[in-house]
Design a binder for this molecule. Structure first.
Ligand code: NAD
Ligand code: USQ
Length: 382
């Protein structure tokens, strides 16, 4: 198939593009490269030294003979997107290309506005582009488990059956997100749902949990193909952050009580879930929603797991409960359905001691690049 991977220079997009290329698909990366500029803005870096996109795809072609075409541009620029769709006529459009950090969206008004415009307008343009140029193209859009928030009832996959005043209906599951970033994902979901109904296009919204790890079979083929790994308090996600903190002898920063529970998945399962969505496309007019995670953990659980793995390697990180910079429940019920991707064939890579230990070893290899000033959070929700 011909597949556009928008956001293909990023943490999830790069290994997905390589994997799909390796499976024989004709892969096209579309990316504005803005993620690299945010590193400059935040005086931050990827823990792993990442090559530029040209070097990456050149190396990939040298190693495998497979060509990945790139288009450098912004989804917010419709003329650019339109031209890419006309030239490539994709069968599937995998959409990772958003500002994905909750703390970044909470820096100030400008960053909140930027995040919502970047994400919501970018996705709206993709919807119009598909309608106008490639109406059969399957949109596979990365949403977030955080769209649902942490309700005191079970979370379903996208929809909820409700009986109200004696009448029954199936409605979109209520959304109670916890940042302007997560809200942008909710707005995207509503726009996609409306567009699929109105224009009979086909879309899958993948409500992904927090991703951990960095390597995949393809990124391990050569140092030039290594994936990025964020550990800073703005873009680093919690488990990768704890591993980086342990590697440089810093405390593991549990925010508040640490009972915050989320769905998690290994980056290797991210790429497989995308493949499953591509291989089993949504029907025209169908707004399909999958919850994309494999296990639930509290933040405190994860800190303890990292502490155990680090101790076995001769480190002794302390777990510290620091004041929570976010407004979120720190002790709550959490039980979310996530069977649809497994029904399609996902075989989860679970967070075993060995898996965690292997990721820790990869983090240790690059620990000298870590900028300690970037570890503690300084963006507050209140
Ligand atoms: P990332 O920041 O590493 O990559 C995103 C990529 O998109 C970057 O290369 C960036 O340059 C590009 N981009 C952003 N805005 C763009 C625009 N307007 N036009 C063109 N390119 C643009 O993020 P990631 O961790 O790879 O996340 C990818 C997607 O998955 C995001 O939509 C995110 O919300 C979602 N997601 C990520 C996680 C996670 O834990 N990383 C979890 C759940 C969902
Ligand atoms: N947390 C800590 N200590 C830290 C960092 C985070 O206790 O040092 C806590 C946070 O307070 C939060 C939880 O860990 O309760 C998860 O935080 P995170 O930064 O790992 O993840 P989050 O902000 O939710 O965002 C990430 C991705 C985002 C994606 C989301 C999936 O950056 O793109 O949408 O995970 S989900 O969480 O399911 O919404």
């Amino acid at each position: 198939m011909k597949i556009i991977v928008a956001g293909g220079d990023g943490f999830c997009g790069w290994p997905t593009a390589l994997y799909l290329s390796n499976q024989g698909h004709d892969v096209i990366i579309l990316d504005s490269l803005i993620r690299r500029k945010w590193d400059q803005e935040l005086h931050s870096n990827s823990l792993t030294p990442i090559a530029n996109l040209d070097q990456r795809i050149t190396r990939w072609q040298e190693l495998t003979g497979k060509k990945i075409k790139t288009y450098i541009g912004d989804l917010n620029h419709y003329d650019f997107l339109r031209e890419v769709l006309i030239q490539t006529k994709p069968d599937a459009f995998v959409h990772f290309a958003e500002q994905r950090s909750a703390p970044y969206s909470m820096i100030d008004r400008e960053h909140a506005v930027f995040t919502q415009v970047n994400n919501v307008v970018g996705t709206l343009n993709v919807l119009y582009g598909i309608k106008e140029i490639v109406p059969d193209c399957h949109l596979i859009k990365l949403g977030s488990m955080g769209e649902y928030g942490t309700p005191n009832i079970d979370i379903e996959e996208g929809y909820l059956n409700v009986i109200h005043n004696g009448r029954e209906d199936t409605i979109p599951y209520p959304k109670q997100p916890g940042s302007f970033y997560h809200l942008s994902k909710v707005h995207d979901s509503h726009n996609i749902m409306f567009a699929t109904k109105a224009w009979k296009i086909r879309a899958t919204d993948l409500n992904q949990g927090v991703v951990y790890g960095l390597h995949t079979k393809e990124t391990l083929m050569d140092p030039m193909l290594v994936n990025r790994l964020d550990y800073d308090a703005v873009f680093g996600t919690v488990l990768n952050r704890f591993l980086a903190q342990a590697a440089v002898g810093q405390n593991l920063t549990v925010y508040g009580k640490g009972g915050q529970t989320r769905g998690f998945l290994n980056i290797m399962d991210t790429i497989r879930c995308i493949e499953l969505a591509i291989d089993n496309p949504a029907k025209h007019g169908d707004f399909r929603v999958f919850n994309q995670f494999t296990e639930e953990f509290s933040v405190s659980d994860l800190a303890k797991k990292v502490q155990e793995v680090a101790r076995a390697k001769g480190f002794d990180p302390h777990i510290t409960h620091i004041e929570n910079p976010r407004i979120e429940k720190e002790d709550h019920y959490y039980h979310a359905a996530h069977s649809k991707l497994q029904d399609l064939g996902l075989e989860p890579h679970l967070l075993t001691y060995q898996v965690l230990s292997d990721i820790f070893v990869s983090v240790l290899e690059h620990k000298d690049r870590l900028l300690k000033d970037n570890l503690l959070p300084n963006i507050r929700w209140a």
